[in-house]
Design a protein around this ligand. Structure first.
Ligand code: SF4
Ligand code: SF4
Length: 483
C-alpha cells in the first residue's frame, strides 16, 4: 500500500515529454506560418528575394550588393546548431527538425489518431496491415491529406524567398512563373515520398547533420541515456543482447531494476533499443523516457531513461557542467556575430553608389563664358535609391586642403530624380578651372571624395566614395590650352 501511494505521488502532475513536444511543435509551426505575413514598412523579418534581388532582415531591407550580411547569418545558424548539439545532443532533431514534426503529424496524428490505421502511438513497431481493404482506402486518404499539408509546408518555406504578397499573385499566373510552380510541386512531392516512404531512415542514412553530431559530443552533452547501473546491462560491451527475460537479467544482476517490459523499445520511432547505448538513429525524442517513467513510476521509482549526460548517468562523476568552457566559447562567438550583424545592419546605407572612372584620363577645353582653361575628368556613377519614396540627388567633391573648392561638378548641372529601388546610370564630369599643379614629368593623381546626397535629406541619406581626379603634366596642359 505504501509503495502504491508513493507510485501515485510519483506520477502525479507528471507530463510526458511527448505532450510537451507537441505543444512546442504547434508553437513553432504557428510561428513559421505567421512570420512571413508580418511586415513593418513593407519589410519582412527574413526574406531572400532572388527575383527582386533584396534581402530583408529584421524588418530592414538590404540590396543584393549588401549581401555581406549573409555569411554572418549562415555562421549564426551553423554555430548556433553546433552549440546546441554540444549542449543538448540531438535536441534539434527531436524538437525542431521539420522531418520529425512532419513524421509526428503523419504517423501519430493522421495514421493513428484520425484514421486508426496504426493502433497505438505507444507501439510504433507494428506496421499497418494493408492487406485489409479498409486500410488501403485509409492509406490513400492519409497520403492525400499529407499531400495537401506538404503543399502548405512547401509554400511556407518558399514564402521566405517569394513573399506571400507576390507568391499568390505569381501562382495566379502560373505560365509566367513556371520555375516557382516547378519548385513548389517537386518539393511538395518529395516531401510526400520522404514522409510516407523514407520515414526515419532519412534521419539515420541521409541527413548529414546526424553524421557530424557524434564528433561534437562530450561527456557533459545532455542526451537520452539509459542508466545501466540501476537498470542492469541488457547489452554486453560488444553491443550484443545478453539477456532476453527478467529472470536472465536477475541471474546476471540481482539488483537490476529494468522490468524487461520493452515499452521503451516498442515506442521508439526509429526502432532502436536505447539500452544498447548511444546510437546514430536516436533522434532525442524522449518517448522511451516517457514509456519508462510510466513503468517505473508505478513502482515508485524514477525512469531508467533520462535526459542527462554520460558524466552524470554512465560515469557517475558528478553533475552535468552546462557552462563549461566550450559552451562559453559558443555563447561568446554567437554574441560576437550578433553584435557584428547589428552594427553592420545599423550602418545600412540609405542609397547605393558605385563610381567608375572613364578610360580617358582627362580632357582640356576653354570655358566659353569665362574663357578659362578647364581640365575635366569623366566618371560613370551608378546610383540606387534604396528608399520607398522618390528622391532628388546631387554630389559634392571633397578635395585635399590645397585643392579645396577648386574641383567642382560640371555635369549634371542640377539635381536629378531617382525613383524607389531604381538604379540610375549617370555620366558625371568634374572639372577645375585652375592650374592645380605644375608637374613637368607626369600626370598628377589627386585623391578626392565624392559625397552623394538626397537634396531633401542631406544629413541622413548620404554616402561618400573615394575616387581620383587626374591633372595633366604641364606640357600636355599647355598643349591643351593652345588647341
Ligand atoms: S531511443 Fe528512440 S524513443 Fe528514445 S529518444 Fe531515441 S529515438 Fe526517441
Ligand atoms: S521501459 Fe524501462 S523498465 Fe521497461 S524495458 Fe525499457 S528501460 Fe526497462
Amino acid at each position: 500500500m505504501s509503495q502504491e501511494k508513493s507510485a501515485t505521488d510519483y506520477l502525479k502532475g507528471w507530463r510526458s515529454w511527448r505532450i510537451t513536444r507537441y505543444y512546442f511543435f504547434i508553437a513553432l509551426t504557428a510561428f513559421f506560418l505567421i512570420l512571413p505575413w508580418i511586415t513593418v514598412n513593407g519589410n519582412h523579418f527574413f526574406l531572400l528575394s532572388f527575383d527582386k534581388l533584396k534581402l530583408h532582415l529584421m524588418f530592414v531591407q538590404f540590396d543584393m550588393q549588401e549581401m555581406y550580411l549573409m555569411p554572418f547569418l549562415l555562421m549564426l545558424m551553423f554555430i548556433g546548431i553546433f552549440g546546441m548539439t554540444v549542449l543538448g545532443g540531438r535536441v534539434f532533431c527531436g524538437w525542431i527538425c521539420p522531418q520529425t514534426i512532419f513524421r509526428v503529424i503523419y504517423r501519430d496524428l493522421i495514421e493513428t489518431k484520425l484514421l486508426g490505421i496504426r493502433k497505438r502511438i505507444k507501439n510504433k513497431q507494428i506496421e499497418p496491415d494493408y492487406s485489409e481493404s479498409s486500410n488501403q482506402i485509409k492509406r490513400v486518404v492519409a497520403i492525400l491529406l499529407w499531400t495537401a499539408l506538404s503543399f502548405i509546408a512547401t509554400a511556407n518555406l518558399l514564402w521566405f524567398f517569394v513573399p506571400p504578397e507576390d507568391f499568390f499573385a505569381y501562382l495566379a499566373n502560373p505560365t509566367e512563373h513556371l520555375m516557382l510552380v516547378g519548385i513548389l510541386v517537386i518539393t511538395a512531392l518529395f516531401l510526400v515520398a520522404d514522409i510516407v516512404m523514407i520515414k526515419e531512415d532519412w534521419c539515420e542514412y541521409v541527413c548529414p547533420y546526424s553524421r557530424i553530431q557524434s564528433v561534437l559530443y562530450d561527456e557533459d552533452t545532455v542526451m537520452t541515456i539509459y542508466d545501466p547501473h540501476r537498470g542492469g546491462a541488457i547489452y554486453n560491451e560488444n553491443s550484443q543482447k545478453q539477456v532476453d527475460s527478467l529472470s536472465e537479467l536477475h541471474k546476471l544482476d540481482q539488483s537490476a531494476e529494468c522490468t524487461m517490459c520493452e515499452s521503451c523499445v516498442t515506442i521508439c520511432p526509429t526502432h532502436i533499443d536505447i539500452r544498447q547505448g548511444l546510437q546514430l538513429a536516436c533522434i532525442n525524442c524522449l518517448e522511451c523516457s516517457d514509456a519508462c517513467t510510466q513503468v517505473m513510476g508505478k513502482l515508485g521509482k524514477p525512469s531508467l531513461i533520462r535526459w542527462s549526460s554520460e558524466k552524470e548517468v554512465l560515469f557517475q562523476n558528478g553533475k552535468t557542467d552546462f557552462f563549461r568552457p566550450k559552451i562559453k566559447g559558443y555563447i561568446a562567438t554567437l554574441l560576437a556575430i550578433v553584435v557584428i550583424l547589428g552594427l553592420m545592419g545599423s550602418e545600412k546605407e540609405l542609397m547605393l553608389l558605385n563610381i567608375n572612372k572613364e578610360n580617358r584620363l582627362y580632357s582640356i577645353d576653354i570655358d566659353r563664358d569665362t574663357q578659362k582653361v578647364r581640365v575635366k575628368n569623366d566618371y560613370i556613377f551608378l546610383l540606387q535609391n534604396t528608399q520607398d519614396v522618390d528622391h532628388k540627388y546631387y554630389f559634392d567633391v571633397i578635395a585635399p586642403k590645397e585643392y579645396e573648392g577648386k574641383i567642382m561638378v560640371l555635369k549634371p548641372s542640377e539635381p536629378f530624380k531617382v525613383k524607389p529601388n531604381i538604379k540610375k546610370k549617370k555620366i558625371v564630369t568634374l572639372y577645375t578651372p585652375e592650374l592645380l599643379v605644375q608637374e613637368e614629368r607626369k600626370d598628377t593623381v589627386i585623391p578626392i571624395t565624392i559625397r552623394a546626397y538626397a537634396i531633401d535629406a542631406k544629413d541622413t541619406i548620404v554616402v561618400e566614395r573615394k575616387s581620383t581626379f587626374v591633372f595633366p603634366r604641364y606640357d600636355k596642359y599647355k598643349e591643351g590650352v593652345k588647341q
